[in-house]
Write a protein that binds this ligand. Structure first.
Ligand SMILES: C[S@@+](CC[C@H](N)C(=O)[O-])C[C@H]1O[C@@H](n2cnc3c(N)ncnc32)[C@H](O)[C@@H]1O
Length: 235
């Protein structure tokens, strides 16, 4: 078996893990974003906020925090994640433009060294806004637990261009393309990669295909089942 997926809340699960246990963290937490107004952001379901067709995917929770509480919650889970990672472990956490400032603060408050931002260019297939800029990018805030694990290896790009559906159909409201996840995983050491917010398992697919070991948590049973089916097909 090249993976473990747990149908649990990530925070108590992280608290139960032993220290210095995983080699990298690559994750896409709920953004608590979207919607034009605070009321929409904090009250609407994720599918209502993010999709034209809200019935297309199962719902998920954890999307109702305002920016202040999102920063506190991010600091909380990243503090526990910091403890369970080995020294030198890379950390990569997705965000959108709205939450990026608080996420970079939370990452540092949790004890990580913040090293930069990778941009995911989602191509022209998304969010046209007449007379304004297209919401075409999401971001990966990256850093490490102390010193970066290696001073060797290929130079990796800082911008990746993939459509949302690249590499196969999207299986989650906010699913990420597997080729993008595969590019991010290249910066991880061999060993284990942790994703506490696994969703439909896109990180897991990329991790397993790379020959590394995947450990994930997903709280919603519907997505846990989607991810298990997906990971079982490849390993
Ligand atoms: C942005 S989605 C991840 C999507 C994933 N990258 C993919 O490609 O399918 C975040 C996921 O985190 C899950 N989640 C939210 N809060 C959680 C928690 N406290 N513990 C575990 N999972 C949680 C949600 O159910 C959701 O599926």
């Amino acid at each position: 078996m090249k993976w473990q997926l747990h149908n649990v809340d990530a925070i108590p699960w992280l608290i139960d893990q032993s220290s210095d246990n995983f080699d990298a963290l690559v994750t896409d937490p709920p953004y608590s974003s979207g919607g034009l107004h605070t009321g929409t952001r904090t009250a609407d379901s994720p599918n209502g906020k993010y999709l034209n067709d809200p019935g297309k995917y199962p719902e998920f929770t954890g999307e109702n925090r305002d920016q202040f509480s999102y920063m506190q919650w991010s600091t909380l889970w990243m503090t526990h994640a910091h403890r369970v990672l080995r020294a030198g472990a890379p950390v990569m956490v997705f965000s959108d433009w709205r939450q990026l400032p608080v996420l970079t603060s939370a990452l540092q408050a949790a004890g990580f060294t913040w090293r930069g931002i990778v941009a995911w260019d989602k191509t022209e297939g998304v969010r046209p806004q007449k007379g304004r800029f297209r919401q075409q990018a999401e971001f990966v805030c990256w850093g490490s637990k102390g010193k970066w694990h290696s001073s060797d290896g290929p130079v990796l790009p800082g911008v990746f261009r993939y459509s949302v559906a690249a590499g196969g159909p999207k299986l989650h409201t906010t699913g990420k393309p597997v080729p993008l996840m595969a590019d991010l995983v290249k910066a991880c050491p061999s060993g284990s990669v942790l994703d506490p917010f696994a969703g439909s398992g896109s990180t897991g697919v990329a991790v397993i295909r790379s020959g590394r070991f995947f450990v994930g948590c997903e709280r919603e049973e519907a997505y846990f089942n989607v991810a298990c089916d997906r990971l079982s097909e490849i390993a």
